[in-house]
Design a protein around this ligand. Sequence first.
Ligand code: GLU
Length: 388
Amino acid sequence: MSNSLEPVSDGEDTRTTRKLRYRRIIVKLGSALLTSGGSRLDLALMASLAEQIARLRRDGAEVIVVTSGAMAVGRHRLDIRVDRKETTFRQVLAAVGQSHLMHAYDQIFAEHDIIVAQTLLTRRDLADRLGYLNARNTLLSLLEHRVLPVVNENDVVAVEEIEGAKIGDNDNLSALVANLVDADLLAILSDIDGLYTADPNVDPDASLIRRVERIDASIEAMAGSGHGPGIGGMVTKIQAARLATASSTDVVITSGHESDVIGRLAQGEAIGTLFPAQVDRMESRKRWMLAGLSLRGSVLIDDGAVQAVVGQRRSLLPAGVREVQGVFQRGDVVTICDSDGRRIALGIVNYSAEETERICGLRSERIEEVLGYQYGSEVVHRNNLVAL
Ligand code: GLU
């Protein structure tokens, strides 16, 4: 089904592309927003958000949606009015609600000929190097295929034991996703228009803070405590902003009810509260990799590969690898050295040391023949490489 030839409701010509400030954008949609404060999904609002996202993609942006709302939908479907805190009860709600939530996204985006992919993540997986690599590769491949990932936490298995019987919040999850794919902007959309100096429902002098240069204790104190049908509140949004800005993503917290909010944010318009990124992308990736740097592992590459990797920012193929040093596993960070042993780059490897040893010097087409399987034609994909 397609209505892409029909004019959009604001009457603008959707064929003219707008100039965007941000290219890779995470849009986090909270439960309070998706239900407009009611007990069921606000499909009209979802359709408007989908239209904004569709237009943004035509403008050249890559978008990932992080959605809440599974529990809210499950509660409605099961007609449960009481609120119980036990994890299992909440997991039942989320399990029932998730498929209905996805069904709604599927239908709404089909109107724009956009294919969506349900992407359930658990934080525990992301803390693990291999899980991180696999999730990153899958999300980036979905974007390459022009599929729209719709991410939620896999609530059925996600139990944050540290915090007691509580399912994690999607605000923090959205920051992890932003970090995972090196997003330029994380737009946390809910039913509040940003961070206020005090609770605007209580304090008539409360004013909206437009820009937060650094998140310190005074900012955290303004966040108050959680509210509404989702797990998060301003506290978790500020935590998410802290996490994402530390890894090169600008963060905006604002209301999803603002007209064309996603498109306007993508163009760099100041709406809600902006938290500018603290570091640039290369620096952030470098830090992340250095933090996980396995000193035992390195690969020595030939001059042609040095030129490709550093000069042209291309992937490192097995053909360019001359020597493997140390022991490392798929998903580890290794040092990449030139033939004189000088460290020139860091990268997350697709193959273990033992596997790399067996395929080094070979053309990528031969990986499968030699190993009996393959994880891609690169030893290190260019997405997972930083030059030093
Ligand atoms: N994953 C939960 C859900 O979809 C929401 C968590 C949150 O509200 O932050 O219902």
